[in-house]
Structures are given as C-alpha cells and as structure tokens.
Design a protein around this ligand. Structure first.
Ligand code: ADP
Ligand code: ZN
Length: 219
C-alpha cells in the first residue's frame, strides 16, 4: 500500500504507520524522525532544520523535498510506503505529485486522521520519545510508560520530552497545522484519494483503511 497520512500533531499518524508497516511490506517514512535524526547527528541538514523545528515551525519545502526524493528512490519503497508527516504544505503536495509522476508511482490513498482537540493536547503533553536517533520509540507517561522511568525498553536510550513539546511549541504546531496542512484535505479530496477517519482507537482506524483499500481493489 502507498499511503499519505494526514492529521494534526498527536492525531495518531505515527502509531497507525507503525502498525500498518508491522503487518505488511510497506515502510514507514516519517520526515519528523528523519529531521530529528539529522539534528542529533549534527549534519548540515540537521543544522539547517534545527531552528525551525525547536520553534514548532515547518522546515523549508525544498529541504524536505530533497530528503523525500532520495528516500522514495530507495529500493525498500517498491513494496509500499506510509508517509507520516509529509506532505505538510500545498507546495510539498504538488511537488510530491510531480515526483510520483517522475518515479512512476501511483498513490493509493490519503488518510485524514481526525481526533478531538482535547485528546490531541493530552497526548502531546504526555508524550515522551527515545532520544536515540536510530530508535525514536514513542512512549506516553500515562498510557505507555517505559518499564524503567526515563529509559527506553528497546535500546536503553534516554526517554525525554521533545524540545517542541512545551505548551508554547505545541500551540504553535497546532496553528501551523490548521494554516498550512489542513488545506491538503481538500487537495486529496479533489483528486478522489481521501479517506477521513474519526476514531481515537488505532485498531478501528486500521480496519477502516484496510476495508476501504479492499473495496477499491488496492490490496
Ligand atoms: P508532529 O506531527 O507530532 O508535529 P513530526 O515529528 O512529524 O511531529 O514533526 C516535527 C517537526 O519536524 C515539525 O514541527 C517540523 O518542524 C518538522 N517537519 C516534519 N515534517 C515536515 C515537513 N513535511 N515539512 C516541513 N517540516 C517538517
Ligand atoms: Zn530507544
């Protein structure tokens, strides 16, 4: 399956992408994870992205498109992909359509994951992330704490609150989503590629996606 996952920060894109990739050939591609990895590694790319990210602002479109073009050319994408956190602006969505054309890829669906604002705010303020750039496992101090406080179950790395998960940066990210990313819902609707889900339960969202794809004859 070749999917774009849309939704506000905290709507559950990453969780859905992880579950779908665990059950079949599609790889999860998270621009947020790639950018955070670059920041941790101190690469030139990371240095450019850092100031935007820590304020909860979007990284520049060309920078993100360069990353995505090389990522989508990697051979593991042939088995399908779940784009988590990309595209995030209308120019990125247009550039992605062009890139798909160039690479001969047909997108199956864009899934718009909706969740109530109070659920989103609660999830973002209680979310914790493994600091190891090669892991980035997500925890939640209420619903999914690590076995040992502050230590990643998977890799032993430090589990911390992201720099952009302060109340100010969260508010900024939600405003940025409403202004820049929400217009993509219409972009994909107009192209007949949109499915909207309104559940906060991951299994129910997965079921809605797989049923929809089966009805359309795409896996
Ligand atoms: P969330 O969806 O929870 O906001 P992400 O991990 O997807 O978190 O993104 C974190 C930050 O990385 C964003 O606030 C932004 O600065 C940057 N980023 C991620 N994806 C993109 C993108 N497609 N375009 C521009 N910036 C991005
Ligand atoms: Zn870890």
């Amino acid at each position: 399956m070749k999917l774009v996952l849309l939704g506000a920060p905290g709507a559950g894109k990453g969780t859905i992408a992880k579950l779908l990739s665990a059950s079949g050939g599609a790889v999860q591609i998270s621009t947020g994870d790639i950018l955070r990895g670059a920041v941790e590694a101190g690469s030139a790319l990371g240095k450019r992205a850092q100031a935007f990210m820590s304020r909860g602002e979007l990284a520049p479109d060309e920078l993100v498109m360069d990353i995505m073009e090389s990522r989508l050319r990697e051979p593991d994408c042939a088995g399908g992909f779940l784009l988590d956190g990309f595209p995030r602006t209308i120019p990125q969505a247009r550039a992605l359509q062009e890139l798909f054309g160039k690479l001969g890829i047909a997108l199956d669906l864009a899934v718009n994951i909706e969740a109530p604002r109070e659920v989103i705010l609660d999830r973002l303020s209680t979310r914790r992330t493994c600091e190891n750039p090669d892991c980035q496992e997500i925890y939640n101090i209420k619903s999914k704490p690590p076995a040992v406080e502050g230590v990643c179950d998977k890799c032993g790395g430090a589990v911390v609150q992201r720099e952009d998960e302060t109340p100010d940066a969260i508010a900024h990210r939600l405003r940025t989503y409403a202004q820049k990313t929400a217009p993509l819902i219409d972009f994909y609707r107009q192209r007949g590629l949109l499915l909207t889900t309104r559940s906060t339960n991951a299994d129910a969202i997965i079921a809605a996606i797989t049923t929809h794809l089966a009805e359309r004859g795409t896996e």
